[in-house]
Design a protein around this ligand. Structure first.
Ligand SMILES: Nc1ncnc2c1ncn2[C@@H]1O[C@H](COP(=O)(O)OP(=O)(O)O)[C@@H](O)[C@H]1O
Ligand SMILES: [Mg+2]
Length: 345
């Protein structure tokens, strides 16, 4: 997809030098891509065996960064991975890695320039979020049934594909793809290709959900720079079914932490935006404001938390619940046939 964009100017009227310049630009783009997605196969040159690399790939570690993000405990559980082998692999990883650990604040600023924001369909909501749903971060949207969490997910699957927003593909996990058609039409995109560009998987248990995230990692690695968005619609739903009561709470939170950490890593490793939707506690009295479920684990892993409330008719109100750099304010939006939109005045 990306190369299609780059190929366009290569028409017959070009001079040889123009073509050469273009070629070297493309070369640079490719090199840049390689730096962002350093393949784990690079370790072969450092003396790591093909077999060991295969073991790493089997558990979803495909990039140098992915390996650096993996704790030793996980590596120890692999067949034949003793401390000496792990030391050797981690050393090799350090040698080839473009990421030396420390960077200057200026470099951090530069890296942040690559961050993009996906439009929500409502300019009010985009403004509230400082421009839209941010990449390399987790945005959590929570609210009671019917507040528009899934409609927002659908809309983002389409807006991620608006060429100007740099967005092409989205991957998400929820039903009713037919909703994408009218939304695509609203944004003047071809509904069939929009649907083709969205990957969907249904998780049946919280363990399965975690496994699917591993599969997504492999997919993101296979097609670097193509996917822009990962949505988990109702991240807590399966955890609430699989673990019940106080006795299982600690285990639930531990497994939830593992899932959220995986999402965080995917967002950083592949530069995608992550949106999770969440439910609210139902057992509170009227006086108390509705709170998202998932406790501290979810609170600490979401970068931006947005509360949704019902308004009159198709109107909804969003407010920032907990954010390091956004003001706590409100925005109203509407749910329409064409997805999330600004309300009519
Ligand atoms: N095609 C549509 N046109 C207009 N409104 C719709 C359409 N589809 C769903 N809605 C509205 O979206 C709301 C449900 O939003 P949804 O995102 O499914 O809620 P949540 O996921 O938060 O439970 C309902 O109020 C419904 O009327
Ligand atoms: Mg929903």
């Amino acid at each position: 997809m990306m190369s299609e964009v780059a190929e366009k100017p290569a028409n017959s009227s070009q001079t040889a030098t123009e073509a050469e310049t273009l070629e070297s630009c493309e070369q640079l783009d490719l090199e840049e891509e390689e730096i962002c997605f350093q393949d784990i196969d690079m370790l072969i040159d450092q003396g790591v065996s093909i077999n060991d690399i295969k073991c790493l790939k089997d558990i979803g570690i495909n990039t140098i960064k992915g390996l650096q993000m993996t704790v030793r405990k996980i590596l120890r559980s692999l067949k034949g991975f003793d401390e000496a082998k792990i030391d050797k692999i981690m050393e090799a990883c350090c040698k080839v890695s473009v990421n030396s650990g420390f960077v200057t604040a200026l470099e951090v600023m530069d890296q942040r320039k690559e961050i993009f924001k996906l439009q929500t369909g409502s300019s009010n909501l985009d403004n509230l979020l400082g421009g839209g749903i941010e990449s390399m971060a987790i945005t959590e949207v929570f609210g009671e049934f019917g507040t528009g969490k899934t409609q927002l997910s659908h809309t983002l699957c389409v807006t991620a594909q608006i060429p100007d927003s740099n967005g092409y593909l989205g991957a998400h996990k929820h039903s009713r793809p037919h909703r994408l058609k009218p939304i695509a039409e609203r944004f003047n995109l071809d509904p069939t290709s929009v649907l083709e560009n969205v990957l969907y998987a249904r998780a049946y248990t919280s363990e399965h959900q975690y496994q699917l995230l591993g599969n997504i990692g492999a997919k993101l690695h296979e097609e670097p720079g193509i996917f822009k968005l990962l949505i988990v619609d109702s991240v807590m739903a399966l955890f609430r079914v699989d673990f019940s009561g106080r006795a299982e709470l600690a285990e639930r939170q531990q497994k939830l932490g593992r899932t959220m950490s995986k999402l965080q890593k995917l967002s950083e490793e592949f530069g995608v935006a992550v949106l999770v939707t969440n439910q609210i506690t139902s057992d509170l009295g009227e006086a108390e404001a509705a709170k998202p479920v998932g406790g501290n684990v979810l609170a600490h892993s979401s970068t931006t938390r947005v509360a949704l409330k019902k308004g009159k008719g198709n109107r909804r109100v969003a407010s920032v619940y907990d954010s390091p750099d956004l003001e706590e304010s409100e925005a109203s939006f509407a749910i329409t046939k064409g997805g999330i939109d600004d309300p009519e005045h």
